[in-house]
Design a protein around this ligand. Structure first.
Ligand SMILES: C[S@@+](CC[C@H](N)C(=O)[O-])C[C@H]1O[C@@H](n2cnc3c(N)ncnc32)[C@H](O)[C@@H]1O
Length: 218
């Protein structure tokens, strides 16, 4: 599988302007192979075809890496190791991809389903990712503090921010990966949550609208 996926992955990485070395690209392919292998047992994704998983999951998550790195850069320049919590991570999207591409960010993936959190732990061990951890919990029970709290295909913006608020560091931000601009969800946010940026994303090899909604406590 690795060979036929390596070329479209390389092309996608290049289109996104990401500097990922060969070892990181191999880790991404190995992650995809793990996802494919364990999907039936762990029920990680509805997608069954590796080529589809590459575009809809890997490249889709990779599109958020540059925005995340830009956000983390000032923290790194202050000599701090940023901490990120990926909420409702499921099979590790985007958390495992972030952990592979940003080795200087500590990534925790939380999910209520024990076997999904176990899969993340297994991925951390077999892909040798010391900055990755799977946590079996409801996000509402986590205290953090995390500099970035991310989610993809998780919940409405109002629920995502309410449930993960206690996990956010005082100057922390939420990174919500969405499809089309979710104007209704933005309108429904409470007054104490502020959208400070909506960042359109282009996912290579995928004709679909994507964006990141960046939020912080008001
Ligand atoms: C639709 S899946 C999305 C998985 C992944 N983020 C993706 O993009 O493929 C949503 C995940 O959220 C998890 N989940 C639901 N409520 C949760 C909560 N309160 N705390 C943590 N995880 C939760 C579910 O178990 C499920 O794995």
């Amino acid at each position: 599988m690795s060979e036929e996926l390596a070329a479209p992955l390389r092309a996608g990485v290049q289109a996104l302007g990401l500097d990922l070395d060969d070892a990181q690209q191999q880790q991404l392919l190995d992650f995809l192979a793990l996802l494919h292998k364990w999907n039936r047992v762990y029920n990680l994704t509805a997608l069954r075809e590796p080529r589809e998983m590459l575009t809809h999951h890997l490249l889709d998550s990779l599109a958020a890496v540059r925005p995340l790195r830009c956000h983390a850069q000032p923290l790194l320049e202050q000599g701090r190791a940023p901490r990120l919590l990926d909420v409702g991570s499921g099979g590790g999207l985007p958390g495992v991809v972030f952990s592979i591409c940003c080795p200087d960010i500590e990534v925790h993936c939380v999910d209520t389903v024990a076997k999904k959190a176990a899969f993340i732990q297994q991925a951390a061990a077999s892909l040798r990712l010391p900055n990755l951890r799977g946590i079996h919990a409801r996000v509402e029970t986590l205290a953090g503090p995390y500099d970035v709290v991310s989610s993809r295909a998780f919940a409405s913006l109002a629920d995502f921010t309410a449930w993960s608020r206690d996990a956010l560091a005082p100057n922390g931000v939420w990174l919500a990966m969405k499809g089309k601009l979710p104007q209704d969800e933005i309108t429904a946010l409470p007054a104490d949550v502020q959208v400070f940026h909506v960042e359109p994303l282009h996912v290579p090899q995928l004709q679909a609208e994507r964006c990141i909604v960046w939020l912080r406590p008001a």
